[in-house]
Design a protein around this ligand. Structure first.
Ligand SMILES: Nc1ncnc2c1ncn2[C@@H]1O[C@H](COP(=O)(O)OP(=O)(O)O)[C@@H](O)[C@H]1O
Ligand SMILES: [Mg+2]
Length: 189
């Protein structure tokens, strides 16, 4: 799990100009990483975790089994969270806090079906607070998530391959993605 994401996965030369979000369209340019294994998805999460800081919000979109929770495991590693403390899925609890370089708030909105129910959860203090918030099923939470955030969309592309679209909205996240790409510049589109 310690390989760099670029080692045998690859960046795709795909740029998607806009990303539909609930009622508005947010202008964003995304990059796509082709992950050929669970290890690569984990390593990509780890690389983003190393660049992440307090206040960051990372939303995850993708079908069941796409790799959202695995990616958050990588994020946890990049935030120096004790691997023994990381439980693989907080689905039974809406939010799980892990202490690390900065805390990780792992939020799972799978069972939250309405905007009202989501608003009532009172998750505000974990978003843009003292830690990094990673939100699975982010599409269930557009009403409470900030406009500026990093969205990571995972899609099946064969049994062990996933196309991972990374969509930064806001200068902070554009810079983060630029740095991520710089670290793996050989594979830049
Ligand atoms: N390239 C890949 N990236 C991520 N997961 C993969 C990949 N190939 C196979 N898998 C498998 O897909 C599953 C992803 O599970 P999980 O992360 O719990 O998904 P989710 O949280 O999106 O429901 C794991 O069993 C993992 O081993
Ligand atoms: Mg999950």
């Amino acid at each position: 799990m310690s390989r760099a994401p670029g080692e045998s996965g690859s960046w795709e030369a795909v740029r998607i100009p806009a990303f539909p979000r609930q009622s508005c369209r947010v202008d964003a340019t995304s990059v796509v990483y082709r992950s050929a294994s669970p290890e690569q998805t984990h390593a990509l999460g780890e690389a983003i975790g190393r660049l992440a800081d307090a206040g960051d919000v990372i939303g995850l979109i993708g079908e069941l089994g796409a790799g959202k929770t695995l990616f958050v495991g990588g994020l946890a590693k990049g935030l120096d969270i004790d691997p023994a403390a990381y439980v693989s899925s907080p689905t039974f609890a809406i939010m799980h806090r892990y202490p690390g370089r900065v805390p990780l708030y792992h939020i799972d909105l799978y069972r939250i079906e309405t905007a009202d129910a989501c608003a009532r959860l009172g998750l505000d203090e974990y978003l843009q607070g003292d830690g990094v918030a990673a939100v699975e099923w982010a599409e269930h939470g557009w009403g409470i998530l900030p406009k500026e955030m990093l969205t990571v969309r995972l899609r099946y592309f064969g049994s062990d391959t996933r196309l991972i679209e990374i969509i930064p909205v806001g200068d902070r996240y554009v810079r983060l993605v630029r740095e991520l790409m710089r670290q793996f510049s050989a594979l830049k589109p």
